[in-house]
Design a binder for this molecule. Sequence first.
Ligand code: NAD
Ligand code: TYD
Length: 352
Amino acid sequence: MTILVTGGAGFIGANFIIDWLQTRNEVVVNLDKLTYAGNLRNLTSVEDNQNYAFIQGDIGDSALIPKLLAEYKPRAVINFAAESHVDRSIHCAEDFIGTNVVGVYRLLNNILSHWSELPETEKAGFRFLHVSTDEVYGALEPDEPAFTEDNSYKPNNPYSASKAASDHLVRAFHHTYGLPVLTTNCSNNYGPFQFPEKLIPLFIHNALAQKSLPLYGDGRQVRDWLYVRDHCAAIRQVLEAGEVGEVYNIGGNNEKTNLEIANMLCEILDEIRPGNGAESYKSLITLVKDRPGHDRRYAMDSSRIQRDLGWRASETVESGIRKTVSWYLENQDWVAATTGGDYHNWVRKQYR
Ligand code: NAD
Ligand code: TYD
């Protein structure tokens, strides 16, 4: 048996593949375009594993995808591939539409052709699992209940709009053609291998270099943080036992303001890697111009996946962030390798 993972050289996909190979004896084929966010260093621990294969390519390549499906005959495709950074989508959304909308459409179309020709038993067992985000639901007021799967879609930035479009396409391919799909919408992830353009790795990286920690606006925006390995476990559960056509919200039940996260990171660093004399890393926290259209609050109601599939997050934000800080401290070679070249251009453009 084989599964095909797309975008497996990125942050969540790489964690998923590593966990998969540790917990399952089943081949995983990783198709990744290797954009700026794709990094084969994330997968050095599995590159010699006999159950692992890597192919460089684009989910929107309609010559490549049918060949891969015919050759590997996966029982499932799990789609992580995406442009994923909101701030980049605000500068230019072209690549987001290219991969998250057009790419997903082509992937679905090619999978549909392949699936339609499968023998009945294989057809019945096949799954397309689409990994999506809480951002498609828009922003919550402070006293509103967390998002359920029944919330309407109200994406507010080009990234979330492109992910919303992909979710709609996935739904439509099930409703119209019967393609056996599953969709997961997850809250903010953090953990090993996250590219230091996102809040938590950026702040760890900047703090260690004694650079400022740029909090957008008043720093009181709320996110529901989930340790990446808990997300990967949830995806495995949905893949194995999720109801076809269903959507599953996944969250950490860990709502924190960005300021709370920044303070937590600084306190852990003060304790395990004290910086400049007696001064706390907190002195580096700096309020900067807000992100345009910045969503004030996200929170996920994970009752469905908990009730129907028995999934629960195993890390609290405190335990998960401590693990994450330790991982970045122990993997400074990885950080150095991922923050060369283009990374500097991005930082200059975004934070000048
Ligand atoms: P990432 O940016 O770290 O990785 C994306 C990966 O996709 C990279 O390896 C990149 O090379 C690859 N890719 C991009 N375009 C491609 C294409 N056209 N064809 C093939 N590969 C391509 O992203 P991530 O944080 O690992 O997120 C993975 C998925 O999870 C995304 O779909 C994202 O929307 C979703 N998600 C992320 C979070 C989060 O907090 N990071 C939360 C919820 C959902
Ligand atoms: P991010 O990691 O970009 O994820 P998302 O936008 O998908 O939630 O950002 C998390 C939160 O941190 C978000 O409210 C924006 C904020 N943020 C900052 O305040 N400063 C930064 O430099 C970055 C990258 C994010």
